[in-house]
Ligand binder design. Structure first.
Ligand code: GDP
Ligand code: MG
Length: 396
């Protein structure tokens, strides 16, 4: 029988972002190891080598899915997503980080700010991650002066991207030293300092307990003889075993019953906002479902085909294309875990929202999607974020 997850401290969702090879995955492993060894009574042992080793990732040799680990500090329980750094997998980062209450920006002391460092800071800002704590990694490879230079560089970069660069916590250290039990001043001590900063800089978000359930689907697994397990992060509401649910999105509508919930191999007594959970749902088939749909309380959500949004078009410098959206153009919309093609329609066909400006326009999805007033989304063309919007109206 599985252990039951005990809710004895606030739960916060964080993750690592930063340029490829700067040490995001190593740092994720280092934090897990440091927490397990510094606070063994609240952290069960985990094989941290498994982080990069999900079967699909082994095949491709690159982190293509955001992988989750959990650990506790003395104050909090964390769910940590290790975001992929490779630009081709930016799509995974968009949905992976959409549930981040804050992030750890990893930057190599040997390289300083690199293109994906900036891209991830910009993206974090766009998707509403308000708090970033910086870890200057690989301090075992450079001298003091270099670390100071990188610290100045990253503070400027954060400020340029709309974060509070002057006051952000910047902790120098080495993830590899923690893993290899070397140089504790930049290994273990630095990791503990980093987590102290995370504890104090990233506030516990307000959770909506009183609303109907909404959990966007991140991944799906079939467990023979038991049913379909749906993983994701609970955005709002609570749910219990036996509750009826609907699964909506991509023009589909299914009904099922919650038959069990887990988090990190522990049983959950109920689903709560912020939980990173696996939910066993009876009455649906794995084949019918896909990432980007959402589990909701029956009748609480009506998927939308057409929405109005206030959209901001990014300039070249902000990482955009520097061009306005085309009237009647087709663009990919990313919201929660979904991506879906939508037609972009100006209110007046002569209108154009120029880079650096914002305005209202309509979006018509290919099929009805779970998107509501107040939801934030990004518009992307290929690998580039063209704009970022907030839904101002849902048309019936
Ligand atoms: P990611 O792409 O950002 O996830 O980077 P990885 O965690 O996969 O690390 C990339 C490479 O940097 C690996 O070879 C790591 O062993 C190495 N690395 C990570 N942290 C450190 C460190 O603190 N010092 C040194 N010297 N190498 C490190
Ligand atoms: Mg990695």
């Amino acid at each position: 029988n599985k252990e039951t997850f005990v809710r004895d401290k606030p739960h916060v969702n964080i993750g690592t972002v930063g340029h490829v090879d700067h040490g995001k995955t190593t740092l994720t492993a280092a934090i897990t190891k440091a927490m397990a060894e510094a606070y063994p009574e609240i952290n069960s042992f985990k094989d941290y080598k498994a982080i990069d080793n999900a079967p699909e990732e082994q095949k491709r040799g690159i982190t293509i899915n955001a992988s989750h680990v959990e650990y506790s500090t003395l104050n909090r329980h964390y769910s940590h997503v290790d975001c992929p750094g490779h630009a081709d997998y930016i799509k995974n980062m968009i949905s992976g980080t959409s549930t981040m209450d804050g992030g750890i920006l990893v930057i190599s002391a040997a390289d300083g700010v690199m293109p994906q460092t900036r891209e991830h800071i910009v993206l974090a800002k766009q998707i509403g991650v308000k708090h970033l704590v910086v870890f200057i990694n690989k301090c075992d490879t450079v001298d003091e002066e270099m670390i100071e230079l990188v610290e100045m560089e990253i503070r400027e970069e954060l400020t340029a991207c709309g974060f509070d660069g002057d006051n952000a916590s910047v902790i120098p250290g080495s993830a590899l030293c923690e893993i290899e039990n070397k140089q504790p001043e930049i290994g273990r001590e630095a990791i503990l300092k980093l987590m102290e900063a995370v504890d104090s800089d990233i506030p516990v978000p307000e959770r909506n307990l009183d609303e109907p359930l909404l959990m966007p689907i991140e991944n799906l697994y079939k467990i023979p003889g038991r049913g379909t397990v749906i993983t994701g992060n609970v955005e709002r509401g609570v749910a219990n075993k036996g509750d009826k649910v609907e699964i909506l999105g991509y023009g589909k509508h299914f009904k099922g019953t919650i038959n069990g919930m887990e988090t990190y191999l522990k049983t959950l007594d109920r689903l709560e906002p912020g939980d990173n959970a696996g939910v066993l749902v009876k009455g649906v088939n794995r084949e019918q479902l896909r990432r980007g749909m959402a589990i909701v309380s029956p009748g609480s959500v009506k998927p939308a085909l057409k929405v109005e949004a206030n959209i901001y078009i990014l300039t070249d410098e902000e990482g955009g294309t520097g061009k306005p959206l085309k009237h009647m153009g087709q663009n990919m919309i990313f919201c929660r875990t979904f991506d879906c093609m939508a037609a972009t329609i100006y209110k007046d066909e002569k209108d154009r929202i120029l880079p650096g400006e914002n305005g209202l326009m309509n979006f018509v999805f290919r099929v009805p999607m779970v998107i509501e007033e107040g939801d934030r989304f990004t518009v992307r063309a290929g690998k580039t974020t063209v704009g970022t919007g907030i839904v101002t109206k849902v048309y019936d």
